[in-house]
Design a protein around this ligand. Structure first.
Ligand code: SIN
Ligand code: MN
Length: 222
């Protein structure tokens, strides 16, 4: 079922917009504090649910340096495929994407000049030593990738040094500090650009959130 975004929440419409590459847009402070708090509430409910966070183990046996939970569909770290069940974890169904979060993703896409009908959400939690190597998001359906439908990434908590490169792994990489409340959207001709997290800047998140580390939400259309 395709659910479109019809309503608008509390997002301000005039905001800074930094074009990093064609189709890649950094939206600093895109989420107001109240929206971040609402999102955190949803993340905590997911974390406390039956299908909470786990540490993905890749097919080469390496443990990823993030904890993860998936909504809508589960990303299997062994097969790099999406499934309705947590096939490489515990076999439980992936919970649905909370509506509040889905709506945020639609609006962030729109703020960057795209449209997105997200059916997958990966929530990552990074501790102070968390990181993620350069990779492409290329496990979605080929026709969706080819159409340039974007990935929407939202950050909450500690800042992170985000690396954004090109379509080839050896292409030069830009380093962008993503702060709590930032959105980063990449689609169009940047859809398959390499990206990753070089490091977490521990202790920089808003104190009032009571969050240790960093949450990152990436929304995808499968
Ligand atoms: C990802 O690429 O899956 C996560 C990126 C981030 O944590 O900002
Ligand atoms: Mn990614």
């Amino acid at each position: 079922m395709v659910v479109r975004c019809y309503t608008r929440t509390m997002i301000r419409m005039t905001q800074p917009r930094v074009v990093i590459a064609e189709g890649a847009v950094h939206l600093p402070s895109w989420m107001p504090v109240e929206a971040q708090q609402k999102a955190l509430h949803e993340i905590r409910a997911l974390a406390d649910g039956e299908a909470g966070f786990y540490t993905p183990i890749l097919r080469n046996g390496a443990r990823m340096r993030v904890r993860m939970l998936c909504c809508g569909r589960h990303w299997d770290a062994k097969t790099y495929r999406y499934d309705l069940l947590r096939t490489d974890v515990d076999g439980l169904p992936a919970p649905p994407i909370p509506e509040v979060l889905r709506q945020l993703a639609c609006e962030a896409a729109e703020s960057a000049g795209f449209s997105l009908e997200p059916d997958v959400l990966l929530v990552n939690w990074y501790g102070a030593e968390g990181r993620m190597g350069l990779h492409q998001d290329k496990d979605e359906r080929p026709e969706i990738i080819a159409s340039g439908v974007p990935i929407v990434s939202l950050s909450i908590g500690d800042a992170a040094i985000f690396e954004f490169g090109g379509a080839r792994r050896k292409d030069p990489v830009q380093r962008i500090r993503l702060e709590s409340g930032d959105a980063f959207v990449f689609g169009g001709s940047s859809r398959l650009n390499h990206h990753g997290i070089a490091s977490i800047v521990a202790g920089t998140g808003p104190r009032e959130f009571g969050v240790a580390g960093r949450y990152n939400l990436t929304f995808r259309q499968y």
